[in-house]
Design a protein around this ligand. Structure first.
Ligand SMILES: *[C@@H]1O[C@H](CO)[C@@H](O)[C@H](O)[C@H]1NC(C)=O
Length: 387
């Protein structure tokens, strides 16, 4: 009797599940897991079906390699969509094929999307070589971009060798990035790991970023960004900025980075702004529990950015930096100067707090330098604070 009841309940559960979810396998739409056949159209057709489904839907990408050209996955969709990827998405080897749009895989104007698993291979090497050679090259593409997307989960994804930034989160709300891996060579140009801008409520946890530019870069208009359990290096560290390139620019506020390990990276935590007039700002930032392993600039604020010395009339940044706390930051610096605060002469940094810092250079005390800064220290601060 009990067994019959259990079997009956199982059927009920299966029935409810199948009636509340729709499944779309890209293979049934003609995708070929051979890494050679262009599967862009089948993927877009599967997307169109899932997106118009009244029920929550799942698009399934089985194991195998799928060649996808520049593709735009556009919302709004009628219900939640999950993209479950067991395979590898491969960009065309010929970098001209991605055109000049700046995108490879673009998710745009979507509410409630989960991207689970998957490896995205941007095949960037050819594009980087083109740039290096000084030849005529296309604009280059970010591998995965989310524009105007809300309530997004990105979990278990791996991105390798993007032409440019691996993962871009732009003009989004409530985005959860977890267990993501980024891999590109140390010297690959502009291959930032994750770039966030004009977005509120982005959470990045448990990510490993090995790349040629910033591990995480934080652009204008980023609010309530929470990062925890981050591994960075090689790469250029976690960077707020560059900010203040434009005069009218939305600032960055309420940024938290906890439990990060930087290994052999150019920077640890950096705040960078152009030495130009601007009404932008950075405020309420917490960097806590960080380990630096042989990092060139473990802690740096650089408000003097002005490549080629062009367009910086008074060499002074309008970006106002305030309420930045550095707490429990330990490890080794690759250069003698482990802490650098080069703040704006016209807009000095304010409310900078150093709390339990211990950074050494070749087993000796490192140094620190301060320009135009106000703040306080707590606990042990080594190198000796210049605040
Ligand atoms: C600051 O960001 C955190 C997420 O890191 C969020 O929970 C909190 O509500 C934000 N605070 C304010 C004042 O918006």
């Amino acid at each position: 009797m009990a067994i019959k009841l259990i079997i009956f309940l199982l059927f009920v559960i299966i029935f409810i599940k199948s009636s509340n979810a729709a499944n779309y396998n890209v293979i049934t739409y003609g995708a070929k897991p051979d890494g050679r056949t262009d599967s862009t159209k089948p993927f877009l057709k599967a997307w169109a079906s899932a997106c118009r489904s009244a029920k929550a839907s799942t698009i399934y990408v089985p194991k195998g390699r799928y060649l996808i050209k520049a593709a735009e996955f556009r919302g709004p969709c009628r219900n939640r969509v999950t993209l479950q990827i067991d395979g590898t998405i491969v960009a065309p080897t010929n970098y001209w094929a991605l055109g000049n749009s700046g995108y490879w895989i673009l998710f745009i104007k979507i509410d409630r999307l989960s991207v689970i698993g998957g490896t995205f291979d941007g095949k960037g090497a050819g594009f980087w070589a083109c740039r290096k050679s000084g030849k005529n090259c296309p604009a280059g593409a970010s591998s995965i971009t989310f524009n105007w997307a809300n309530n997004i989960l990105i979990s278990g994804l791996t991105s390798i060798n993007s032409q440019q930034t691996h993962l871009v989160i732009n003009s989004c709300n409530n985005v959860n990035v977890r267990n993501v891996k980024v891999v590109a060579p140390d010297q690959s140009p502009n291959t930032d790991g994750i770039h966030v801008q004009a977005s509120t409520g982005v959470t990045i946890t448990g990510v490993t970023l090995k790349t040629g530019d910033d591990c995480i870069s934080i652009g204008p208009g980023t609010r309530n960004l929470f990062m925890n359990n981050i591994k960075c290096g090689p790469g250029h560290g976690v960077s707020i900025g560059s900010l203040g390139k434009d005069f009218n620019e939305d600032g960055v506020q309420n940024i938290t980075l906890l439990n990060a390990v930087f290994t052999g990276s150019d920077n640890g935590v950096r705040i960078k702004s152009w030495a130009r007039p601007s009404n932008s700002f950075v405020r309420n930032v917490l960097f806590q529990n960080l380990i630096m392993n042989n990092v060139q600039n473990p802690i740096i604020v650089d408000q003097n950015y002005c490549p080629n010395n062009q367009g910086c009339p008074r060499q002074s940044s309008g970006v106002k930096i305030s309420q930045v706390t550095y707490r429990n930051i330990k490890g080794t610096s690759k250069t003698p100067e482990a802490v650098t605060f080069d703040c704006s002469p016209t807009n000095p940094c304010r409310g900078i707090r150093l709390h339990d810092i211990k950074l050494t250079y070749m087993n000796r005390a490192a140094t620190s330098s301060c320009k135009n800064i106000g703040g306080t220290t707590f606990g042990v601060v080594m190198p000796k604070s210049c605040l």
